[in-house]
Structures are given as structure tokens and as C-alpha cells.
Design a protein around this ligand. Structure first.
Ligand code: SIN
Ligand code: MN
Length: 269
């Protein structure tokens, strides 16, 4: 799959692209079985929340050295449809994985992600340029009720906002200051709910403002995020670097492992 000129223009303009049915039903079935298996893994790279300490974020799914490794998720991260799309929007074939995470937003208990830009944190990781892109794939249907993502179109163009450290949720992280965020929301077109069936993907710029709400539904919301960086933009040394599972120091160039011809077949097995 190659993105069209219209899609690339849309990405430049809005900071994201929505790609329904990027991943086939048979591929999603394999990945969903993997989620069920991974939910039982105990490791440092699993972050939990809620009364039952349910897994909220699992990292390093693409790396055989970690207990959360999954061959099907690794395969997903190397497809022409995922890695190839990232190469196209970053205008560079030499990419590595900054991090790869599965966000399980549990039914009823899965909580909010405050408004933020991913590059708020990634600059602090020592990455000099906002030359990263995330490919997100829905593994469960995402609805407004189940806490889908919201994107604020065009906000990748406002540049990185100075964040504050938000400690109000289970996953403490760098978020957009509320007063500034209110001004931005008031002066931009409405946020877009990123809803879709399993297999829908979204590609988004690391400076795009995004957020998601609480899961009020009876079903978990499962999203995989593959965050690609250019190899020539790898982080420089910083004091107190974050752990390897969120700030990879393996900058090996990724290779696309399926071909254009196999696009319709199940390549995740
Ligand atoms: C993120 O922005 O990193 C996660 C948001 C979500 O899963 O809703
Ligand atoms: Mn994010």
C-alpha cells in the first residue's frame, strides 16, 4: 500500500490520517488472541490501573528481549501498511521504533488521557526534531462511549507546547496546561472523534494535540501504538533517561517485511 498524494497532503494539513480496514479481520483475530495472552504477563513494562490493577499499558511488544514480546505484533510493526506508511509521511526509509505500546482501556475502569502532544515528552527524552509519527491500530471497536481518541486537526503546526507533569491519572505524564488548552480549543475547529471498527488505523504527527476520555462502556478499548522515529533523530544522552521500554536505545533501522503483493493476505501469523 502506498499513500496517495491526497492522503499525504491531508496528513500535512491536518496532522493525521484515518485508514479504515487497514488490517484485515483475520489479522485482527490473531492480534486479539495475543492481547488475551499478554494481559497475564507480569513485567516492569506493564503499567496497571483500577481496583483490580488491570493492565493499562503494555510496552515492548515488538522486542524479543522483553516478556511482553509478541511475534504477531512485531510483524504488524514491520508491514508495508504500517512501517511503509510511516516512511512515507516522514520522507525517510531509515526508521526505528521509539516505543511500541498496547493501551488497554478497560470497560468502566479505563480512564482519561489528558490533552497532550507526544513530542512534549519525546523532546525531554533527548530527541531534537519532531520527526516522529505514530501508527495506531484499533483492535476493538472504538466509540465515543468507550473512550476513543480525539484529534485536534492542524495543531501539529503550532509547534511543541511547554507541558506540565500531570499526576491526576494512573499514568503520570506530560500534558498541555489546562488554561492554554482552553484557549486552543476555543480558537480551533472542533476535535475529531477517532472511532472505527477493529482494523481501523490512524497515523498521527507527534505534535498533534490529542486526548481520550473515560471508558464508560461495557467493552474494553484496545489500541496498539507504534511510534517511529528517524534513525538520524535518535535521542542524545539526557540526565535520568526514562526506562528502555518507553525510550528505546536500539536505533537499528527497521525493514519492511511484507511485500506489496501480499497486502491482502494474512501476513501476521
Ligand atoms: C496516548 O496518547 O499515548 C494514549 C491515548 C489513548 O490510548 O487513549
Ligand atoms: Mn499520545
Amino acid at each position: 500500500m502506498r499513500l496517495t498524494t491526497e492522503q499525504l497532503d491531508q496528513y500535512e494539513r491536518d496532522g493525521f490520517l484515518l485508514l479504515p480496514e487497514l488490517i484485515s479481520a483475520s489479522e485482527i483475530a490473531i492480534l486479539r488472541d495475543e492481547v488475551e495472552r499478554l494481559k497475564g504477563v507480569e513485567a516492569d513494562c506493564v503499567i496497571r490501573e483500577g481496583r483490580n490493577s488491570a493492565p493499562k499499558i503494555l510496552l515492548k511488544l515488538d522486542d524479543p528481549e522483553w516478556p511482553t514480546y509478541s511475534a504477531p505484533f512485531r510483524a504488524l510493526s514491520r508491514l508495508e501498511r504500517t512501517l511503509g506508511a510511516a516512511q512515507q509521511v516522514l520522507h525517510d526509509d531509515a526508521l526505528y521504533m521509539h516505543h511500541c505500546k498496547l493501551n488497554i482501556k478497560s470497560a468502566i475502569e479505563g480512564s482519561v488521557w489528558q490533552w497532550h502532544q507526544d513530542y512534549m515528552q519525546w523532546q525531554l527524552d533527548g530527541i531534537d526534531r519532531p520527526d516522529l509519527v505514530t501508527v495506531m491500530v484499533m483492535l476493538e471497536e472504538a466509540t465515543e462511549m468507550s473512550g476513543c481518541l480525539y484529534f485536534l486537526p492542524g495543531t501539529h503546526k503550532i509547534g511543541r507546547i511547554e507541558p506540565y507533569f500531570d499526576e491526576s491519572t494512573a499514568y503520570k505524564f506530560m500534558a498541555a496546561p489546562p488554561e492554554q488548552m482552553k484557549d486552543i480549543l476555543a480558537s480551533h475547529p472542533a476535535p475529531v472523534p477517532i472511532t472505527g471498527k477493529p482494523g481501523t488505523a490512524a497515523i498521527f504527527h507527534c505534535n498533534l494535540l490529542h486526548a481520550s476520555g473515560h471508558n464508560l462502556s461495557h467493552r474494553d478499548r484496545w489500541h496498539i501504538y507504534m511510534c517511529y522515529n528517524r534513525c538520524d533523530n535518535h535521542p542524545h544522552d539526557v540526565e535520568n533517561p526514562r526506562p528502555e521500554w518507553v525510550r528505546s536505545t536500539d536505533w537499528t533501522r527497521l525493514q519492511v517485511e511484507d511485500g506489496e503483493a501480499r497486502k491482502e493476505s494474512t501476513v501476521i501469523a
